[in-house]
Design a binder for this molecule. Structure first.
Ligand code: SAM
Length: 282
C-alpha cells in the first residue's frame, strides 16, 4: 500500500467524484427514512492543502482551487452548493487550506438519523480517521480491507443507502477485481446504490472495464466521465470516471447540468470533454 491520497486530495478527479457523491447523498435525503453510506476506501478524511505532500504536486490548485473561484449559473450553483458548503465548513476565512475527503464530506451532509461506515486499511490513515470521528455516534470507523466489507457489511440494517468504492488502483488487476467484487456485493444487496470511482489513463483498459460491467448481469448501471483533454499518447490521468449502480433517477439530469460546467472549469484550455452513458438497462 504505497498510495497516499494526501498528494492528490482536492484535485480535479476528487472534485468530480465528490460532486457525484454529494448529489447521491442529497437524493437519499429526499425521504425521512434513515440511510447508511459505506465508504470502503475512506482515506484520512480531512486533508491539509498546505502540507508538504499537497504542495509537492499542487494538484488541488487545478481542482478545488479552480472551482471555488469559478463563476457558474444558478442551476449549477444549486447543485454544487452542498459540496462547496462542506469545503467552506472546514476552512475558516474564505481561503482554502483544507479539503474534506469523502468521509468528512458525507458526514457533513448526514441528518441525525443517518449513518456512515468509513473503512480504511492503512493503519496510520485508519488511526487518523478514528481520531477525526472520535465520539461521533453516527460514524463508525473500521480498520479493515474494504473488499471484505463488501461481504460482511452488506446489506446494512437501514436497507437504504450508498456504497462508495474508491480504491487506489495500485494492482494490475484492480479493474477485474472490482467487477467480480461488485457482482458479489450486488447479489447480497441488490437494492443498494453503488458508486465506483475509476481513473481514465489507459483507454483500452477502460473499454474492457466498461464491456465487463455491461456483461456483468448487474442491471441499471451508468457511467459518468469527465476528461481533461483528448487521450494522451503516454498514459497519464486524462480523466475521471464514476460507475453508478441503481442511480437516483435525477442523477443523469443533474450531471447533464454539472458536467459541461465542470469540464469548462477543470479541462485543459477548453479541451474538457464529458459523457454519461447507460451500461446496463434498468
Ligand atoms: N475515498 C477517499 C476520498 O474520496 O477522500 C480517497 C481514498 S484514496 C483514493 C484510497 C484509499 O484506500 C487510501 O487511503 C488507501 O490507504 C486505502 N486502501 C488501499 N487499499 C485498501 C483496502 N484494501 N481496503 C481499504 N482501504 C484501502
Amino acid at each position: 500500500m504505497n498510495y497516499r491520497h494526501a498528494y492528490h486530495a482536492g484535485n480535479f478527479a476528487d472534485v468530480v467524484k465528490h460532486a457525484v457523491l454529494v448529489r447521491i447523498v442529497e437524493y437519499l435525503k429526499h425521504k425521512d427514512k434513515a440511510f447508511r453510506v459505506i465508504d470502503t476506501h475512506a482515506g484520512i478524511g480531512l486533508y491539509d492543502l498546505t502540507s508538504q505532500e499537497a504542495q509537492k504536486t499542487g494538484e488541488w490548485r487545478d481542482g478545488i482551487g479552480r472551482l471555488v473561484d469559478a463563476n457558474v449559473d444558478n442551476e449549477t450553483a444549486n447543485l454544487l452548493n452542498p459540496l462547496l458548503a462542506a469545503v467552506h465548513a472546514v476552512n475558516q476565512d474564505g481561503s482554502i487550506q483544507h479539503y474534506p475527503g469523502s468521509p468528512c464530506l458525507v458526514r457533513h451532509l448526514l441528518r441525525k438519523q443517518d449513518r456512515l461506515t468509513a473503512i480504511e486499511l492503512h493503519p496510520q490513515d485508519a488511526a487518523c480517521l478514528k481520531q477525526t470521528f472520535s465520539g461521533d455516534f453516527q460514524t463508525r470507523v473500521i480498520e479493515l480491507d474494504g473488499w471484505l466489507a463488501l461481504g460482511g457489511h452488506l446489506p446494512p440494517k437501514e436497507k437504504r443507502g450508498l456504497v462508495l468504492i474508491d480504491p487506489p488502483y495500485e494492482k494490475e488487476d484492480e479493474f477485474e477485481r472490482i467487477v467480480a467484487r461488485l457482482r458479489k456485493a450486488h447479489a447480497r444487496w441488490p437494492g443498494g446504490i453503488y458508486a465506483i470511482w475509476y481513473p481514465i489513463k489507459k483507454h483500452e483498459t477502460i473499454k474492457a472495464f466498461r464491456d465487463n460491467l455491461a456483461g456483468s448481469g448487474i442491471a441499471d448501471t451508468i457511467d459518468i466521465r469527465l476528461e481533461l483533454r483528448a487521450p494522451s499518447t503516454e498514459p497519464q490521468l486524462d480523466g475521471t470516471g464514476m460507475i453508478v449502480v441503481n442511480p437516483p433517477f435525477v442523477l443523469h439530469e443533474e450531471m447533464n447540468v454539472l458536467l459541461p460546467v465542470l469540464a469548462r472549469i477543470l479541462g485543459d484550455s477548453e479541451e474538457g470533454r464529458w459523457g454519461i452513458e447507460r451500461l446496463t438497462a434498468e
